[in-house]
Design a protein. Structure first.
Lengths: 278, 186
């Protein structure tokens, strides 16, 4: 930060008097915004999330199936009611790609791919996947990582932004742009394990068999890890085997005692089975 | 002649309608760690047999963290974590996406109720696609079409007899956590 300020001062010193006052305003504003980004408020989180969601939807479009989208949104909203952030405007979407994956973006954007959805057996498995992603938003995992990544880049760009009016005010954009790399690389393992532990509890609170998520991990573990459809998920997450083992240990003596086995298979098959496309 | 044709039709129809069930029944696995096969899905239930590593299994049912399975000689319950799904050696199925999908489909029956998973014409979503993506803010707006789900959620849950309950989040109780505990005591 100190170095940046020096660069900025040097930049200011070389400008004319007229430009000086102009740039000073911009700089004050930009520095203010950088600090805002450190402690992003709920609205800022939604703005960043919207941009990240636009990136994800640019990489894979939404499935053109309103019934299915509405179904996933209802499951999602039912889960969200059992969390501490049910005030967010949550949005759920099914991405039209064969790859198996699910994503969360800050502010409450949750996506599951068609490839993963078609490989699930029942609604409790879907609930487990969505609840894992919901947990990332609850704990602001992506937001924290995006802020961390963006700060480096933003600070480096501050000087040029001060003179380049076209880039003025695009700090959120900068943050969003760097998010693509985060989704390609993945979160810290500890974030994933935490989202697993929270996800099974959220699903159980909503009345589902809490073993939906472990069951999905078990399925993934049995699949061929060389499969192209799994490559991104396997690159960006700890192995399903290690996730399953840690989750099973954490659930043991607690969630396995609930005797709660509502998997909601028929409704799931009705919505998802009919949407599988040749 | 007509009769034969219609018979054939019936045979094809029967085969097609039975296909998802056959695939579902064919979900297979192997014993991952030597385990006691239980009569009921509980750790203290009666042990039916001890299954060595590699024993081939057919998965019949899932309940919580347990699976009802059938070996060549016995039928009972095993913990999910004691089973590796997929009967085919995965190193064999290294070729194209579609082939391995077919192998997975054939060996595990993960197919949804329609029995269809193989799709074509839509690209995958990998690191390259993410990095090369052009943002699509219009698509984000499309998500607003489903906001009524918020008010529909309770009735939707009731239809499936989903009942809310109060539960605390779980602590990490991994082996690494217990190791940390040991270190602290030392």
């Amino acid at each position: 930060m100190q170095r940046t300020i020096l660069v900025l001062l040097a930049l200011l010193a070389t400008t004319t008097a007229q430009a000086f006052s102009l740039n000073l305003d911009k700089l004050t504003n930009i520095i203010g915004k950088t600090q805002d980004l450190k402690g992003v408020d709920a609205q800022g989180e939604v703005e960043i999330g919207k941009g990240v969601a636009a990136n994800l939807l640019g990489a894979a479009p939404l499935m053109q199936d309103d019934n299915l989208q509405a179904y996933v949104n209802r499951v999602g909203w039912w889960l969200v009611r059992h969390t501490e952030r049910n005030d967010l405007d949550w949005r759920f979407g099914v991405l039209d790609t064969d790859s198996l994956n699910a994503f969360a973006a800050p502010g409450g954007y949750i996506f599951i791919t068609r490839g993963l959805l078609m490989n699930l057996r029942n609604e409790s498995e879907l609930a487990g996947v969505l609840a894992h992603e919901i947990a990332h938003v609850l704990r602001r995992h992506h937001l924290a990582a995006i802020q961390k990544n963006a700060q480096t880049g933003i600070i480096a760009d501050l000087a040029s932004m001060a003179v380049e009016s076209s880039q003025y005010g695009s700090l959120a954009e900068k943050a969003i742009a760097t998010s693509t790399e985060l989704y390609a690389r993945g979160l810290d393992k500890s974030d994933e394990y935490e989202a697993d532990r929270m996800g099974v509890v959220i699903a159980a609170r909503a009345g589902y068999d809490p073993y939906g998520l472990p069951s999905v991990l078990h399925t993934l573990d049995g699949m061929n890890s060389q499969d192209a459809g799994l490559s991104l998920m396997f690159k960006t997450h700890p192995t399903p085997q290690s996730r399953l083992q840690l989750l099973d240990a954490a659930m043991s003596g607690k969630l396995d005692q609930l005797n709660q086995h509502n998997q909601v298979t028929d409704r799931f098959s009705g919505f998802v089975g009919g949407s599988a496309r040749p | 002649m007509i009769e034969i044709t219609s018979l054939r039709k019936w045979a094809v129809l029967l085969m097609l309608s039975a296909l998802p069930n056959l695939l579902q029944a064919a979900e297979a696995g192997r014993v991952l760690v030597t385990s006691d096969l239980k009569e009921q899905p509980y750790l203290d239930a009666k042990t039916i047999a001890n299954l060595p590593v590699g024993t081939f299994l057919e998965v019949l049912q899932r309940q919580g963290g347990w699976m009802r399975v059938k070996s060549a000689t016995d039928e009972g319950w095993l913990k999910m974590t004691a089973i590796k799904l997929g009967a085919v050696d995965t190193s064999v199925a290294k070729t194209g996406d579609n082939l391995s999908t077919l192998v997975n489909l054939a060996t595990t029956g993960r197919s949804g109720s329609s029995g269809v998973t193989v799709t074509t014409g839509v690209r995958g979503l990998g690191q390259e696609e993410l990095r090369d993506a052009e943002p699509d803010p219009e698509a984000v707006k499309h998500l607003d079409r489903f906001t009524s789900a918020k008010s529909e959620a309770a009735a939707f849950a009731a239809k499936a007899n989903l009942q809310s309950r109060t539960l605390d989040y779980l602590d990490a109780t991994s082996s690494s956590a217990s190791n940390n505990g040991l270190f602290k005591r030392n």
